[in-house]
Design a protein around this ligand. Sequence first.
Ligand SMILES: O=C(O)[C@@H](O)[C@H](O)[C@H](O)C(=O)CO
Length: 484
Amino acid sequence: MTRETQPPPPAPTDPYPESRRTLHDFTVWMGQAAGEKQLFVQGPEHPLQHFQGDAVQHGPLKVLQCPLSSHNAKVLREILPNLKPQPLGLATSAGFGDRLGVATPGHVQALQAVGGRIRPIFAQQSIREMARTGRTPQQVLDDATWGAFQAGWTGTLGADADHLKTPEDIDRCAAAGFTFFTLDPSGHVDNAAGRDSAAVLQEKLGQLPWAALDTSETDLQRRYRALRLDLGHRTLTLDEEAITRAAVKYLPAVQQIQALFQHLQGKNIPFELEISVDEGDAPTTPAEHVFLASELKRLGVSWVSLAPRFIGSFEKGVDYIGDVDLLNLEMQDHALIARRLGPYKLSLHSGSDKFSIYPIAMHHTQGLVHLKTAGTSYLEALRVVAVTAPDLFTEMLEVAKQHFEEDRASYHISGKLDRVPVQPGNLPALLDHFDTRQVLHVTFGTLLQQFREPLMQLMEQHETLHLQGLREHFIRHLAPFAGA
Ligand SMILES: O=C(O)[C@@H](O)[C@H](O)[C@H](O)C(=O)CO
């Protein structure tokens, strides 16, 4: 292999010039060959021997042409360390869930457009999404690696294994290289605690795992009756009943989080934690937030972000639903609590499309915030289908409508089938219609089972249109947080 002193000139066919990286004496870039994206490596033997590919003539140069395989993604992360997920700490951050595995370049372009110090998590999928899309944690992480590389991302990045509920979930995602773990104890949160009678509360108190939690009802009352937390506009206190209800609602979840946290610690890998209680039936009051965070701290758990269930509705793919003034007051309390008891970030789950409340979130958190999105990127892909393949889109929407009531089961949404326009004249406009967005958003698993191939072909054929739509959509999402 001749050693070139200059990196190879971009070949006229190179469709992804942003991907070109020259290190020491070799160059890597993403190109096309035989109608497929390929990794090209040019330089002395040493990096080549690690990649798996074929030596080909690329203009005047002999280069290695490599498939975008999991092995080659792993080698690429070794030679371009910024592509290797790492804990992001308390930096303002955003999660870009990508259910199709082809949206990351658009996310990168939006980040580059808004500038600022937002740290990205391109690889983000819940176990629920992975099950429904049929993707493994490794595929999610590798797709994000290739997408970030293609678009020329040179900053750091994280990888969020989202809504984990079991040690097995953790093991699968840790093995793939995830570094941000969102623990979801919702199966252990007693949502009825807020309305239980005194008698039922007393019975439930007796069933709590006091020994495992190294405390007692007396200890709790003593500990939290004395608590006074200055929230600026008010001092937060908890009375006996509030403490009892918080204990019944969250202590089993605290025990579950502690167990999962200790399981993670045992893996001796770099990681950071998010605590997610956003999918409970009832909002997390500021007092409950204080109780939950204080108990987790007492038990040695540490985290960088916490997702309470805010008042009102953070529904999938649509703007905030509720009294923004009330949310403003609660967001102020939650943000102050996170600063006083942490600091840690507030995490906005189902955070996409909540344009009406982003200023509030940024104002009160002052950048101690994580914006978590996912399905909204999938909807931008469906917008491309509506524009370029209307018959396919119409067919997909019909199937989505048939499966909506079943697929909506694990999501908190209010979309109604009977409000989806029956004879829409303008198909792309449906992607801005509340109920249609939600019908399409939560039926992704069903639609991918039936339409994955034509959908992915369209994404490939109309990549520029797709990425342009994502860039514009995410500039709207990121701009309010870029000033951190
Ligand atoms: O649909 C999912 O399972 C995820 O997108 C999950 O809801 C995620 O935590 C989220 O809030 C994305 O906005």
